[in-house]
Design a binder for this molecule. Sequence first.
Ligand code: PAF
Length: 279
Amino acid sequence: MIIINTIEELQIELNAHRQDGKRIGFVPTMGNLHDGHLSLVEVAKTKSDIVVVSLFVNPTQFGPNEDFDSYPRTLEADCEKLESKGADIVFAPATEEVYPKWPNITSVHVAQLGNNHCGASRPGHFDGVTTVVSKLFNMVRPDCAIFGEKDFQQIAIIRRMVSDLNFPIEIIGAPIIREKNGLAMSSRNGYLSTEEKDHASHLQKTLQWAKSEIKNGCTDFRQLEIEANQKIEALGFVPDYFNITNQETLALAESCDKDLVILLASFMGKVRLIDNIQI
Ligand code: PAF
């Protein structure tokens, strides 16, 4: 595995592989890797010949009061994990390499899909994500890119961006990886104590409860959302949203919608946790 910090070096390396007819798979990350990220590398290995993983904590997707400064930077440990999983190239650029002209005055905005759920609670977040992902796509020029379905709204937005802007890249979603207790793996779980992690697993249980209500015939989705938020609040979380949505449009679901996804975000103290369940 090689570690590369500059775009020029990355492109020299990848051009050689491309000339050899190799298929390039890409896993963009912000580092602080856990088994969820490593599962994306495993998927990438089955879909491509050369796996590139980026480690870049992107400043433009953090709000002014969010954890950009304290976000864990764990380059050495990340590289060890990636090497053990068989990644070929780690791309770990400095902020100035990705944003040489600061502040960035060009951004990629995907309308509608980014307006609600996390987009409503974190204004500008998805513009930061789509802008950096576009930049990384242009730097890596992969044949396919793998994203975790834990960030369901993010992957929906990226799929639409790739389609609307004709990026010649296959976007592959990989299933959520969970702790034994059901908590969705996330870099931010590192902010929680063991007891808090156990308690946080109730979020997934609430999603499962709502799913079974729907499976048993409940079609009053707005009432179900209210009840779910009450349960979450009673457990000591501060609910951000609990939305039963149409999987494709991410609009609040109507009773006639078939493919649904319930999206959830809740605060446990200062830590904001997200999860989802597909129906
Ligand atoms: O999902 C993430 O970790 C980030 O949003 C991404 C896609 C790496 C962009 O910074």
